[in-house]
Design a protein around this ligand. Structure first.
Ligand code: NAP
Length: 310
């Protein structure tokens, strides 16, 4: 058996504590040795105020997992890649599409792995949905990704700031799934962005995509929904079939019947994938979900809605 990869984690906040730390603790391919966070520390490892200090003090580090908000992703990732470390990026992989190309170049130059992770793609229903759709003609797609922003992003100011994506922060999870399961490349035709009077980013968005066959693909993202979230994708096919991926990909129904898809293991699967990429000397960088968000910002018609107060 090979030695575990010495890994550091940066940006110890909600997702690092909820998912990354437990997934790393259970994965024997990695050994967590250091953390980089301005205010938080992780018990039992060496802690530093930022990524640069961690890289300077821990020469045995081989990989870094970046969990801070996207606005600081590029600076942290470029420091780690330039130091010869493998890098895993939380979603979204950056604050702009083009900066991710620059990171991919740095990874190649330094002969290390870059993994732009999309955790929702590792939900248990996604690969089964992809396999079922692969041999069918899609007739229509309807995405509803709706949740209560106060429940899922309490007091997170960064989501409202430039580069924070607003409602596209959860919506991009749906985009990461449909870019994986739909057999054809699709693209945005029109979008409506509903922006609170006192904020920079949309609180809701309605997107109309299509593909070369003219398939209608409608996505509705809304942060004013609750109390239960609705994270659902419905696909109909030309042969009369119907697929429903619900609960963010944890539940799959085909033609009204539940498909047995196994337990939820998104983050354990992400770290298994990262370990495989490192072992094989390859990278996995798919910017399409973020490209669709950028296109929505390009084409979207802005409508001002009621101010959002936390
Ligand atoms: P968060 O808790 O607000 O941020 C994570 C940590 O990043 C913060 O606790 C903070 O730690 C550090 N940080 C914040 N701003 C920073 C800055 N300007 N410079 C350096 N470090 C900074 O956010 P989160 O919910 O964990 O989300 C982080 C990323 O994970 C986002 O890209 C999000 O889309 C993704 N994600 C979140 C969830 C979720 O359920 N929340 C799920 C999946 C993916 P220090 O103050 O200690 O530096």
């Amino acid at each position: 058996m090979t030695n575990p990869v010495a890994i550091g984690i940066a940006g110890v906040g909600k997702i690092a504590r909820d998912q990354h730390l437990p997934a790393l603790a259970a994965n024997h391919s990695f050994h967590l040795i250091a953390g980089a966070s301005r205010n938080a520390t992780v018990d039992g490892i060496n802690n530093y105020p930022n990524v640069e200090a961690m890289l300077a003090a821990e020469p045995s580090l081989q990989a870094v997992s970046l969990c801070a908000p996207p606005q600081v992703r590029f600076a942290q990732a470029s420091a780690a890649l330039s130091a010869g470390k493998h890098v895993m990026l939380e979603k979204p992989p950056g604050a702009s599409v083009a900066e991710i190309g620059a990171l991919a170049e740095l990874a190649l130059q330094n002969q290390v792995t870059l993994f732009a992770s999309w955790h929702s793609r590792y939900a248990p229903g996604v690969e089964a949905a992809r396999a079922w759709l692969a041999s069918r003609e899609v007739k229509s797609v309807h995405v509803q990704w709706k949740e209560d922003v106060r429940r899922w992003h309490p007091n997170q100011e960064w989501i409202w700031q430039p580069g924070g994506l607003g409602v596209f922060d959860p919506g991009i999870n749906a985009l990461s799934i449909i870019t994986r399961i739909l057999p054809r490349t699709f693209f945005l035709k029109a979008a409506e962005l509903l922006v609170p009077a006192n904020r920079h980013n949309p609180i809701a968005a309605n997107l109309d995509f299509t593909d070369a066959a003219g398939t209608p693909i409608r996505a509705e993202f809304d942060w004013r929904h609750g109390p239960e979230e609705l994270w659902q994708i419905d696909v109909t096919t030309q042969d009369g079939g119907a697929l429903r991926l619900s609960q963010g990909g944890k539940h799959l129904e085909i033609d009204g019947k539940t498909v047995d898809i196994g337990p939820e293991r998104e983050y354990p699967n992400l770290y298994e994938r990262f370990a495989d990429l490192i072992a094989n000397g390859t990278s996995d960088v798919d910017v399409r979900p973020l490209q669709h968000v950028a296109d929505a910002m390009l084409l979207g018609e802005h409508k001002t809605v009621e101010a959002f107060v936390e």
